[in-house]
Write a protein that binds this ligand. Structure first.
Ligand SMILES: C[S@@+](CC[C@H](N)C(=O)[O-])C[C@H]1O[C@@H](n2cnc3c(N)ncnc32)[C@H](O)[C@@H]1O
Length: 226
C-alpha cells in the first residue's frame, strides 16, 4: 500500500533523518511517522494531536499499515503530554508560525530535550525565526519544498546560539540565502516580486523603510548567483 505523502512532508522526513523516537505534533492523518517507520528511519513514534478526529484518522491509518507496535497516538495540546515521554526529535508541520512558537514556548523544557526539531510553518515565518533565536534555538538548516506553485519553508532547529539575528535574516532566512540551487533561486525571485509589489502598493520606500534592506538583500542575492 502506498503512503500518500506529499513533497512537503517528504522533505520534512529527510530533515528528520535517522533517529530513534519521533514525536509528531499535529499529526492529523499520521502519514509522516508511518512513512518514517516504513523507511526504517525511526524506531518508534508518538503521533500527537489536539483533536479526536485527526487522532482517530491517524489510529486507523496506523492500523492499516500494521504499525500499532511502533506508533502510539497521544492526545496532547502541543508538547504538554510529552513531559515524561522519551524523545529524540520533534516535528511540527503544517501549522502557522505563531502557533508553532506558542506550542514551543508553553513547554520549552520538552522542546529543549529534543536533539533537533523539524518545523514547517505555513505563515509568519520571520516571527518564528526571531522567536527561535530569542529562546536559544539555532537554525541548522532551511529547505524549500514546492508543490504546484506554492513554496514551503522547512527548518531543522537545535538548541544553541543563533548566529544570524538581524531583521533581514529573520525575514528571508540566512540559511536559505546561502543556497543557490534552482528551487531557491525561483523562490527568491518570487519573493522579490512580492516585496516590490508591497512597496509599490504602500506608496514607496518612505512609507515602508523596513522593506528597503530586504529588497536590497534580495537584489544582492540575485546578482551573486548570475
Ligand atoms: C493542517 S494539519 C497538519 C497535519 C500534518 N502535520 C501535515 O503537515 O500535513 C494541523 C493539525 O494540527 C493539529 N493541531 C492544531 N493545534 C494543535 C495543538 N496545539 N496541539 C496539537 N495539535 C494541534 C490540528 O488538529 C491538525 O490535525
Amino acid at each position: 500500500m502506498q503512503i500518500p505523502i506529499t513533497k512537503r512532508l517528504l522533505t520534512a522526513a529527510e530533515m528528520i533523518g535517522c533517529e530513534k523516537i519521533l514525536c509528531d505534533i499535529g499529526c492529523d492523518h499520521g502519514y509522516l511517522p508511518i512513512y518514517l517507520i516504513k523507511k526504517g528511519q525511526i524506531k518508534a513514534a508518538y503521533a500527537c494531536d489536539l483533536r479526536d478526529g485527526p487522532l482517530k484518522k491517524a489510529a486507523q491509518n496506523i492500523a492499516a499499515f500494521h504499525m500499532k507496535e511502533s506508533i502510539q497516538t497521544v492526545k496532547s495540546d502541543g508538547l504538554h503530554e510529552l513531559k515524561d515521554i522519551p524523545l529524540d526529535v520533534i516535528s511540527i508541520c503544517g501549522m502557522g508560525g505563531r502557533l508553532i512558537a506558542e506550542i514551543l514556548e508553553r513547554d520549552l523544557p520538552v522542546a529543549y530535550r529534543a536533539k533537533h526539531l523539524v518545523l514547517q510553518p505555513m505563515s509568519e515565518i520571520p516571527f518564528l525565526r526571531k522567536f527561535l533565536a530569542e529562546q536559544g534555538f539555532q537554525i541548522e538548516e532551511e529547505r524549500l519544498a514546492r508543490e504546484d506553485r506554492r513554496y514551503y519553508v522547512l527548518m531543522r532547529v537545535t538548541k544553541g546560539k543563533e548566529q544570524h539575528t538581524n531583521e533581514v535574516d529573520y525575514v528571508l532566512g540566512r540559511k536559505l540565502l546561502q543556497k543557490n540551487d534552482s528551487l531557491t533561486q525561483a523562490y527568491f525571485a518570487k519573493e522579490t516580486e512580492r516585496f516590490q509589489n508591497i512597496l509599490t502598493a504602500r506608496g514607496g520606500p518612505e512609507n515602508s523603510p523596513e522593506l528597503v534592506p530586504v529588497i536590497a538583500e534580495l537584489k544582492k542575492y540575485a546578482k551573486n548567483i548570475i
